[in-house]
Design a protein around this ligand. Structure first.
Ligand SMILES: NC(=O)c1ccc[n+]([C@@H]2O[C@H](COP(=O)([O-])OP(=O)(O)OC[C@H]3O[C@@H](n4cnc5c(N)ncnc54)[C@H](OP(=O)(O)O)[C@@H]3O)[C@@H](O)[C@H]2O)c1
Length: 438
């Protein structure tokens, strides 16, 4: 049998400890599958005294993950610290420089420095595997990197943040407010103490940036993503969506258009009957649309120690199975040096259907004024629903809900600005994009 693969793990938190546990519990099975043993020979974390729930006595402890990356007797360096700078970035770079394979779950690091790190890995002839960085346990990186040769991707979109999907699912199922669902997500450990990164879309954007690069062969451009979170979604939106045959999801979407590539993260109306609308709770899903394959949808657990460890262990096992001297495939599906600059499509030219919810004064002429603003901007309407809300603070109000046929973002913004200037609104207008989904 070939020599054991020696693994160093930096970071022994939720994911790191689970990886160590799976490697121990499944050692015999992994040895059979890989044709060699996988042994954790070195570990690093901040607190040496903390019980990690797994016996690590056989592994050498390093206080400094960079020292582990450079000096430990390892073949693979596994980074599970997190963060786009600091210790995580330094130790991954050090491991690659030292010619060691790297496995990471760190989407923030890859979204910011992925291309530069890929160039080092490819120059050194080592692997940089990151299956767990996007959609946790779902093998979407492998699928896009290895199983779709010859396909031209037209669009990739998905539910990439379990916390947001959990909140939206409960808001719809139980009629609860956003705030109540967020509090529960925090209590159950789905959301961080500071949930801003999840609910404002940053976490989805990091994962989307990686998928965009794989899909379109462009350099990662995480700062060029249009982003709206879910904190302003109300019960009124959820109910109106249901009435019109839609469900609201926070989607990350990357799409090829005539003017470039759109990257956007925002609450989205998807048809209730679509497959992605059936993805509930903390579950993630990624849809990939190509010229040859049509639409492929992968769905499964997007986070949590075990699911994420499954992806990390899969990446380690791939290295265990690789033959010495074998030329490894490029990190983002094509050589990092050949990734094209990202050509951004302006959000203003985004074409699609829109849901517009307006709370207006209940008086004569308001509806005609709204209709005129839409017509002036060449927006044709698929449906119009209006109902009286009664009187609030002595003002009679009604809700007008418009669903447009395909139009542009620029036209919708102009029309809604016009309606706002007309002085008929009693509350902020709500605009939610509609996404085609199979
Ligand atoms: N949790 C998930 O479900 C999930 C899913 C997908 C991807 N990820 C990614 O996986 C990575 C790890 O996430 P996690 O949830 O496991 O994080 P975590 O529970 O906070 O664990 C982080 C670990 O890193 C260690 N650490 C922090 N700074 C260090 C330093 N300077 N030197 C050495 N060790 C250091 C910590 O040590 P101490 O324990 O001693 O404090 C801890 O063991 C992140 O990139 C995250 O985005 C997580």
């Amino acid at each position: 049998m070939a020599e054991a693969l020696r693994v160093g793990i930096a970071g022994l938190g939720t994911v790191g400890a689970s990886v160590a546990r799976v490697l121990r519990d499944k050692a015999a099975e992994l040895t059979r599958q890989c044709g060699r043993e996988i042994v954790v020979t070195a570990v690093s974390a901040r607190d040496r005294t903390r019980d990690r729930g797994v016996d690590l006595s056989g592994a050498k402890w390093f206080d400094d993950p960079i020292e582990l990356a450079e000096k430990a007797d390892i073949d693979v360096f596994v980074e599970l610290i997190g963060g786009d700078e600091g210790a995580a970035r330094s130790c991954v770079r050090a491991a690659l420089d030292a010619g060691r394979h790297v496995v990471t779950a760190n989407k923030a690091l890859l979204a910011k420095h992925g291309v530069a790190l890929a160039e080092v890995a490819e120059k050194k002839g080592v692997l940089l595997n990151y299956e767990a960085a996007v959609a946790g346990g779902i093998p979407v990186i492998k699928t896009m990197r290895e199983a779709m040769a010859g396909n031209s991707v037209t669009r990739v979109f998905g539910i990439l943040n379990g916390t947001c999907n959990y909140i939206l699912t409960r808001m719809e199922a139980e009629g609860l407010t956003f705030e109540a669902c967020l509090a529960d997500a925090q209590r159950l450990g789905y959301a961080e103490a500071d949930p801003t990164f999840d609910i404002e879309g940053n976490d989805t954007a990091h994962k989307l940036a990686i998928l965009t690069s794989l899909a379109f062969g462009s350099k990662i451009a995480a700062d060029d993503i249009y982003m709206e979170g879910i904190s302003n979604i109300t019960q009124a939106d959820i109910r109106a969506a249901a009435e019109l045959g839609y469900r609201i999801k926070l989607l990350g979407v990357a799409q090829r258009t005539e003017s470039g590539i759109e990257q956007r993260v925002h609450p989205t109306m998807v048809p209730t009957a679509s497959v992605i609308a059936q993805v509930h709770g903390v579950t993630n899903a990624v849809a990939i649309e190509t010229d040859i394959l049509g639409e492929l949808l992968l769905s499964g657990p997007g986070a949590g120690g075990n699911a994420t460890a499954s992806a990390v262990v899969g990446d380690i096992a791939d290295i265990a199975k690789s033959r010495p001297g074998f030329q490894h495939g490029p990190v983002f599906g094509r050589p990092a040096k050949e990734l094209k600059p990202y050509k951004k499509a302006q959000m203003r030219s985004h074409a699609g259907g829109y849901f517009i919810r307006l709370t207006v004064h209940d008086r004569i002429g308001v509806f005609a004024a709204i209709a005129k603003r839409m017509a002036d901007n060449d927006i044709s309407l698929e449906s119009i629903v209006q109902h009286a809300n009664g009187t609030e603070g002595g003002i009679a109000q009604k809700t007008v809900i418009l669903v447009t046929h395909e139009t542009t973002e620029a036209a919708v913004r102009k029309a809604v600005d016009g309606v706002t200037k007309d002085g008929h609104l009693t509350d902020k207008p709500q605009v939610i994009r509609i996404e085609r989904a199979g």
